[in-house]
Write a protein of this length. Structure first.
Length: 253
């Protein structure tokens, strides 16, 4: 990656009419949230096809909550990093029309982003899969911190609550799927940040943009299946460094 590459990316963003971003776990790593699939991530300790499967939660929610509690331990201490803030800056400048995120950490919203589509849900709200009652996770903070009456249960039917994240075996929320598809279809430029673009159906979104004549800029620490193939420009490195550098180019002009 060179200064010329960064300048090219900035130029494409400036001249776009409907730029959007697709983000994955990589953008939150510098906030202290390990990629679940990376060494040391949750999936190295818990088999995701077992602990992250909706059928397991239905049959043994207490078991799944052993994994979920570790996940919450990490998420509750994370704060937005420079990459999240740079995307918010682009949105504030009118240069980014929306963010589709595969992350469940709420960090884009904490950074001030307004138009965020949560493709895989959000860990900061809970729902009872027995009666459908919904709760904000914050209302259980004291129970979580004290380890009393934890994991959380529904106040109506006393069933274990489930975070509003998409488990294996569950469908992407229809509204999120439609909004994401429509954004990708309309987009003339997509920033793909911190994702390997392997997990479907989110991985289809860059191809939708390209099929309709849009460009794709990949920003990732490592090469992915998009590098040299599904991306028009690949900027390899940390999004916490690359995105703020791109944003700074607008103030330098």
């Amino acid at each position: 990656m060179t200064e010329k590459d960064l300048a090219l990316a900035a130029g494409w963003i400036k001249n776009s009419q409907h730029a959007i971003a697709l983000t994955g776990a990589g953008i939150s790593v510098d906030s202290g949230i390990p990629d679940f699939r990376s060494p040391g991530g949750l999936w190295s300790k818990y088999n995701p096809m077992e602990y992250a499967a909706i059928e397991t939660f239905r049959s043994d929610p207490a078991k799944v909550w052993t994994m979920l509690t570790e996940m919450i331990d990490v998420l509750t201490t994370a704060i937005p990093n420079a990459g999240h803030k740079a995307l918010t800056d682009l949105e504030s400048m009118g240069l980014l029309q929306g963010i589709v995120t595969q992350n469940i950490d709420n960090l884009h919203q904490f950074a001030g982003a307004k138009n965020v589509i949560e493709y895989h849900g959000n860990a900061f709200s809970f729902t009872c899969i027995m009666c459908g009652e919904s709760y904000e996770a914050e209302s259980f903070r004291s129970q979580y911190e004290q380890g009393v009456n934890w994991p959380p249960r529904c106040g109506k039917c006393n069933h274990y609550l489930k975070p509003d994240i998409i488990f294996f075996g569950e469908a992407i929320p229809p509204e999120a799927a439609k909004k994401s598809h429509d954004l990708a279809l309309k987009s003339d430029l997509m920033l793909v940040v911190g994702t390997s673009a392997k997990v479907y159906p989110a991985a289809e979104l860059p191809a939708i943009t390209r099929a309709n004549g849009g460009r794709v800029i990949e920003i990732n620490k490592m090469q992915t299946r998009l590098t040299g193939n599904g991306a028009d420009l690949s900027l390899l490195g940390s999004s916490t460094q690359i995105l703020p550098r791109i944003v700074s180019m607008f103030s330098e002009q």
